[in-house]
Write a protein that binds this ligand. Structure first.
Ligand SMILES: Cc1ncc(COP(=O)(O)O)c(C=O)c1O
Length: 380
């Protein structure tokens, strides 16, 4: 048996406590026993999303929750502003087009966060915009967008839809306090679960808008789901075992304390960045890093995909690839979810070794030492 290290930004590693909860005997989903577990998970999600409103659990991946938000909030031809700074910004665009919306695409250079002033300009120039869509953490570029500041621009204006798939449970995104209208996430990231659950929370004004929105919906009818979920189950068969696991993962987060969870992600991110920088490598997100994952350019002439393959197949360390224009040039090291100091050390040490194998002049231990300096903070 050879130990595997999963350091990708989703699916992420699963703690034993969560795995054990998911292996509980199956129960029927219309029973008081299930209702109790479901309600406890609902309460935990509300704290995590920072809202008094419902956070609905959908049997889908994160994209299903994104699609549900579009289908429930808009009508054919509605104008929306899509902030597109990576693969997942592109996803908002694709969903909007698939549903016949009229999106204005705001392209942001990969590796950079959107500028709030540019969003403001677009909103002023296009007063008919009904919704603004963004990623809190754009996983493909490992950038964190300024959600709090943009939320200020959309108060009393267009709805603000935030993809928090790799941000919920990583950074604070309090829906009610910041005036976010839609916040979506997925199970296989900071919630330390297998893939299969999508989450979505709506503000009061977004719920009102669902009554006027005319796009077709059936499985993802959020009003139908809310009615059922308030009674302790789903409109359709919920992902029972995943919800057992969700309750356990939310309990773990609560025990650690949400602020500590955020601080841990921030620390692991800074340690990873310090490690990569000490090896002379360039970071993908120079200025606005997401604490979910760190994108790193590999030295010119080294094929990043070949390095990743070597890491995975020879060293059992799974990191993530660069996507689209970053393919073959960059890698991403995740530090989201059930991750700690020694996951960062593993990633940096493995990278040092693999790069040496591919001919880079890498002094062993320099990256690890720089990461250790940051990680010591937690041991003060
Ligand atoms: C920021 C972001 N949005 C959306 C998604 C899509 O989620 P899923 O693959 O769960 O559908 C991902 C997946 O990695 C993501 O990182």
């Amino acid at each position: 048996m050879i130990k595997q290290y999963l350091l990708s930004p989703g699916p992420t590693p699963i703690p034993n406590e969560v795995a054990l909860a998911m292996s509980e005997t199956m129960i029927h989903h219309r029973t008081p026993q299930f209702n109790k577990i479901f309600d406890e998970a609902r309460d935990g999600l509300k704290k995590l999303f920072g809202t008094k409103n419902d956070v609905l659990m959908l049997a889908s991946s994160g994209t299903g929750a994104m699609e549900a938000s579009v289908a429930n909030l808009f009508s054919h031809g509605d104008r929306v502003l899509v902030i597109n700074g990576g693969k997942f910004g592109e996803r908002w665009l694709n969903i909007s087009n698939a549903y016949g919306l009229n999106p204005i695409e705001m392209k942001v250079e990969w590796g950079q966060a959107v500028k709030v002033a540019d969003v403001e300009k677009q909103l002023k120039a296009n007063p008919d915009i009904q919704g603004v869509m963004i990623q809190a953490s754009e996983t493909s570029t490992t950038v964190l967008h300024p959600v709090k500041e943009i939320a200020k621009l959309t108060q009393n204006g267009p709805l603000f839809l935030v993809d928090g798939v790799t941000a919920v449970g990583v950074v604070a995104l309090p829906l009610d306090d910041w005036g976010i209208d839609v916040l979506v996430s997925g199970s296989q990231k900071a919630l330390m679960l297998p893939p299969g659950l999508g989450f979505i929370a709506l503000s009061d004004r977004a719920w009102e808008k669902t009554q006027k929105a005319k796009l077709p919906r059936f499985y993802f009818d959020l009003n139908l789901e809310r009615k059922n979920q308030q009674k302790g189950s789903g409109a359709f068969t919920p992902a029972v075992s995943l919800i057992f696991g969700l309750r356990a993962s939310l309990q773990m987060i609560e025990r650690e304390g949400l602020q500590n969870v955020y601080a841990r992600h921030d620390r692991l991110c800074r340690a990873t960045r310090a490690g990569a920088t000490a090896l002379g490598l360039k970071l993908l997100a120079a200025e606005d890093p997401s604490p979910a994952a760190t994108g790193i350019y590999l030295p010119n002439g080294i094929d990043a995909d070949a390095v990743l393959e070597y890491l995975r197949d020879k060293m059992n360390v799974t990191l993530a690839e660069g996507q689209d224009q970053l393919k073959g040039k960059a890698i991403r090291i995740a530090h989201i979810g059930y991750m700690g100091a020694f996951d960062v050390i593993t990633a940096i040490a493995a990278l040092e070794m693999a790069l040496r194998k591919f001919g880079a002049e890498i002094p062993f231990g320099h990256g690890v030492a720089a990461a250790q300096e940051v990680l010591m903070e937690a041991l003060a």
